[in-house]
Structure formats: structure tokens, C-alpha cells
Design a protein around this ligand. Structure first.
Ligand SMILES: [Zn+2]
Ligand SMILES: [Zn+2]
Length: 299
């Protein structure tokens, strides 16, 4: 298979690593496959998520140390060589820290918009600049990475440029929205499409207001280009639940202004008020800040 053309082969090295945008083509031999999801870390001290099949996968963000990422991959039995790309949401340090070593030393393609790439290479925390691993994506344009169709979309946040990702494979839709200050119509569209959702629940409004953060920082976090509160996420989910959503992972919880139980409770309660029972109708899991989650197999 080594000599087959990358743009037409579903088995050899991903066409995507050659920087091509391909239309969605479902191969006739496609079988039901399991999609695996793991959060390696989630929060302002670092974010890194894995999505894949039993043969290969990719990361969303790489904002923890490269040695930690390698250790987690090994612990879950995922070879580094099976990581075919890293999809980056924005250029804040807690999302990009390990891109230099993973992209340039390990030759893993780094996918994101041109402006986010510019921001990454300007960032103080990326000492090894990205050249050979740079791959550009455009918002709203689906990109095919083997069995996965990955669409970046605009979210409001204060990075150089900011995206969420809608990831479709095997008839399942996984939407990924971390670091966003409000739910815009575009973000809403991708949340409502999802069977599986990673969405930010950054802070409890009361804890932020009465905590130790100075006013300017409180305003930045609570502003329309900052982060989503537990209440904002909970109300949106409760207002738009239509029976499709199976799993919600709450991500990027603040260490100072939130607790996992509080984030969970806020979402659970808002859903319950609309007659949606967590554990029966939908699963809700707050992600840990510094430890890996379980491995989820999405049937
Ligand atoms: Zn962040
Ligand atoms: Zn951010």
C-alpha cells in the first residue's frame, strides 16, 4: 500500500497530512466502527483531547507537556505513530504548549486556520516554531481525515482567531466547543447537531463575582469573548434538548471559580426542570482538570 496515491487511498498515510481538502466520500467497505474519546487534561492549566478509532486518531489541542501527552497515550495503548493530526482551537498557551515538539520533532501535522497558526508562532510558549507541520483549515469548510469529517467553525473568544470543531464519523456527530464567551447562532447550530458534545462550563457566576479575581479579569471572563458559565451552558442545553444528545462532557472548568460537582449540578438541575433526566436521557460528565478521563467508546 506504500505506493498508492494519498488522495485516493483510505488505508495508507492520511491524505489530510498532505494538506488537501477532500469532499466527504464514504467508502463502500465502511463498517460500523467504534469511536474513542479521551480527555487528557481540561482547564486553564492545559487542554488536550483524543478522538480516534481502534487504529488511528488525532488530538484536539496540545496544551500540556509533550512528555505528559506521550505518557497518557502509552497508558491508553495508543501509539504516537497512530496520531495523524492535531486540531487547534486557538492560540492561548493552555491549548498549544506541546505543538512544537509534536509538530516539528514528531512530524504530526498541525491543522488550524491561517490566523491561529500566525498566533501560535508569535506565542511566547511555543519556543520551537512550526514550519513543516503547518496545515491550514478554513472555517465552514469540511476537511476529511480518513473516516472523519472535521469542520472548523467560528466561536467568540479572545484568541487571535478561535474555532470549535464539528467532527462526523460513522453517522455520529461530535461537537467540540471550548473557550467561548457566548453561544452565537453558528455555535448553536453545531451544538444542536451533536450526538456527543464537549462544551465549556468555565465558572460559577457567584464564585467569580465573590472570588479573588480583580474586576478587569472578572469582566474579561464573563464577557462575550471570554468563557461560558455553568448557567449559560446549562440553560442553552435545557432550552434546546430534543432527545438527540447522548453525552455532554463539561470542559475547561476553572480551578478558582468552579467545582466539578457544581458544574454538574447546575446542568443536571436545568435539564431536570425541563423533564430531562441525566443518567437516563443524557449523560453529563465534568472533565478533570489534570487527570485523564475514562476512555469512552461511542457506539
Ligand atoms: Zn483555554
Ligand atoms: Zn482561551
Amino acid at each position: 500500500m506504500e505506493d498508492c496515491l494519498p488522495s485516493f487511498c483510505y488505508f495508507c498515510a492520511p491524505a489530510a497530512s498532505y494538506g488537501m481538502r477532500l469532499p466527504l466520500i464514504v467508502p463502500y467497505f465502511a463498517l460500523k466502527m467504534k469511536i474513542r474519546f479521551i480527555s487528557f487534561a481540561s482547564g486553564s492549566s492545559g487542554n488536550c483531547y483524543y478522538l480516534g478509532t481502534d487504529g488511528y486518531g488525532f488530538l484536539v489541542d496540545a496544551g500540556i507537556g509533550v512528555r505528559t501527552i506521550k505518557r497518557h497515550l502509552k497508558a491508553f495503548g495508543i501509539p504516537l505513530e497512530s496520531i495523524y493530526g492535531i486540531f487547534v482551537t486557538h492560540d492561548h498557551a493552555d491549548h498549544i504548549k506541546a505543538l512544537g515538539p509534536l509538530g516539528e520533532k514528531c512530524h504530526i501535522p498541525v491543522y488550524t486556520t491561517e490566523r491561529i497558526h500566525e498566533g501560535i508562532n508569535r506565542s511566547y510558549c511555543v519556543t520551537e516554531k512550526l514550519y513543516t507541520c503547518v496545515r491550514h483549515l478554513a472555517k465552514g469548510e469540511p476537511f476529511l481525515l480518513r473516516d472523519f469529517r472535521i469542520t472548523p467553525f467560528e466561536v467568540p473568544h479572545d484568541g487571535t482567531d478561535n474555532v470549535g470543531y464539528c467532527i462526523e464519523a460513522d453517522g455520529k456527530t461530535f461537537s467540540f466547543l471550548t473557550d467561548l464567551g457566548r453561544i452565537t447562532p453558528v455555535a448553536a447550530q453545531y451544538i444542536c447537531k451533536a450526538d456527543y458534545l464537549v462544551i465549556e462550563a468555565n465558572y460559577d457566576e457567584e464564585m467569580l463575582r465573590t472570588g479573588r479575581y480583580p474586576l478587569h479579569l472578572q469582566e474579561r471572563i464573563a464577557g462575550g469573548n471570554g468563557h461560558l458559565s455553568n448557567r449559560q451552558t446549562a440553560e442553552f442545553l435545557a432550552d434546546h434538548y430534543d432527545g438527540k444528545l447522548k453525552y455532554v462532557w463539561l470542559c475547561h472548568l476553572s480551578e478558582d471559580n468552579n467545582h466539578p460537582e457544581l458544574a454538574y449540578k447546575t446542568v443536571e438541575q436545568k435539564l431536570r426542570e425541563r423533564g430531562v433526566v441525566v443518567g437516563r436521557d443524557v449523560q453529563v460528565v465534568p472533565l478533570k482538570r489534570k487527570q485523564p478521563s475514562d476512555l469512552y467508546e461511542l457506539e
